[in-house]
Design a protein around this ligand. Structure first.
Ligand code: FE2
Ligand code: FE2
Length: 362
């Protein structure tokens, strides 16, 4: 007879026992409190918030100490090994009350760059316009995935009891993959190609990735960085010479709106419980403001947008004015979002609310 390891031998013994009709079945009654759970489906279908209520909706302020991946609300047998990798165990550090519904919205609204963009509508553009689109897409392909890398960096450290947030962040990683992919595709799809990378953007990306903790990284990325991008995409008609770019901006905008909505609610949740962290948040936002403003000095970032907004190199001045208008909107909406989150930065803003072209335009 073959010789097996002790583990296999014990397993075989157990199977022989079961074959004789000796079952354990203790799991059947392991979680009496969690049994008999009633669920009411929403009109749209079965949402996370439909199932996670009552016993299963109790989110602990401090994530479970057993350190396992056991789903919140189940019975965890004694002796279950800890994975020893969850370092974000405080609810305040990551929680947002809208995380579950944003997750549901995200999974329902997934789109794809293969069939949802009307690529067949691409047409040959004048050289200056194609170059401007390609440069803008090079810059966006460079910056987009930081919002995937940042949650990816923290995700495996977040206590498993906060599954709503983990699930939401997982959708964000997928969203950002799509953004990187769609801007890259646009740059390569119409006879042009990628142009120049942006050292200035790398500064902001570094600040996000090197932020000392999740909460400050989130304020900088979800509210500041993605907020600026959201406002830009909302004004997408200025930057979209064809139906293709318009569609891309529209689709990305839906995703960015979710990411920003999470960030605002998260910061609010944090500051309501730990108001002493406000200064930390101010400091990281100032860093972001400085980094983003230095981008205005970078021709590869500001010029292509101005060419697109003006409708061609010959109208770059008009484009600069339009971009100055968008900048004003970006700063205004940024301050508004912070106010909703409970932080007033109006008098501490380290960058102007208007840039010179807006004055010329006025
Ligand atoms: Fe994005
Ligand atoms: Fe995003």
């Amino acid at each position: 007879m073959a010789k097996y390891t002790p583990t296999v031998e014990v397993g075989l013994d157990r199977m022989r026992d079961m074959a004789r009709g000796n079952f354990d079945l203790s799991w059947m009654d392991s979680n009496p409190e969690g049994w008999g759970h009633k669920v009411q489906r929403s009109q749209a279908g079965l949402k996370l918030t439909d199932v996670d209520h009552g016993f299963y909706g109790q989110v602990p302020a401090q994530g479970s100490s057993h350190g396992t991946m056991a789903p919140r609300g189940c019975y965890v047998p004694e002796g279950t090994i800890s994975l020893d990798q969850y370092t974000i165990n405080e609810m305040t550090e990551i929680w947002a009350d809208n995380a579950a519904s944003l997750y549901d919205e995200a999974v329902v609204r997934q789109w794809n760059s293969v069939t949802d963009v009307p690529w067949e509508k691409l047409k040959t553009l004048p050289d200056d316009m194609e170059k401007a689109v390609c440069q803008m897409c090079t810059g966006l392909a460079e910056v987009e995935f930081v919002a995937g890398d940042m949650p990816a960096k923290w995700l495996c450290r977040i206590n498993h009891d906060f599954h709503e947030v983990k699930l939401f962040l997982a959708t964000q990683i997928m969203d950002e993959a799509r953004h990187l992919d769609v801007f890259r595709k646009r740059a390569l799809a119409n006879g042009g190609g990628l142009l120049m990378a942006s050292p200035g953007q790398e500064e902001l990306l570094a600040a996000i990735l090197n932020a000392p903790d999740y909460a400050t990284a989130s304020a900088l990325m979800h509210i500041f960085g993605e907020g600026f991008v959201l406002t830009l995409f909302r004004q997408g008609e200025y930057l979209a010479p064809t139906e293709v770019e318009k569609t891309i901006f529209g689709l990305c905008m839906q995703d960015e709106a979710r990411h920003v909505a999470y960030g605002v609610k998260h910061l609010k949740f944090l500051l309501e419980r730990q108001p002493e962290r406000e200064e930390e948040i101010h400091a990281i936002l100032e860093k972001g403001e400085q980094a983003i403003f230095s981008l205005t000095l970078e021709p590869q970032t500001s010029e292509p947008r101005a060419i697109l907004a003006g409708g061609g190199l010959a109208n770059i001045e008009l484009g600069m004015m339009r971009m100055a208008f968008i900048y004003q909107k970006q700063v205004h909406e940024y301050l508004q979002r912070l106010k909703v989150a409970g932080i007033d930065r109006t008098n501490r803003l380290s960058i102007p609310t208007e840039i010179p072209y807006a004055e010329i335009a006025a």
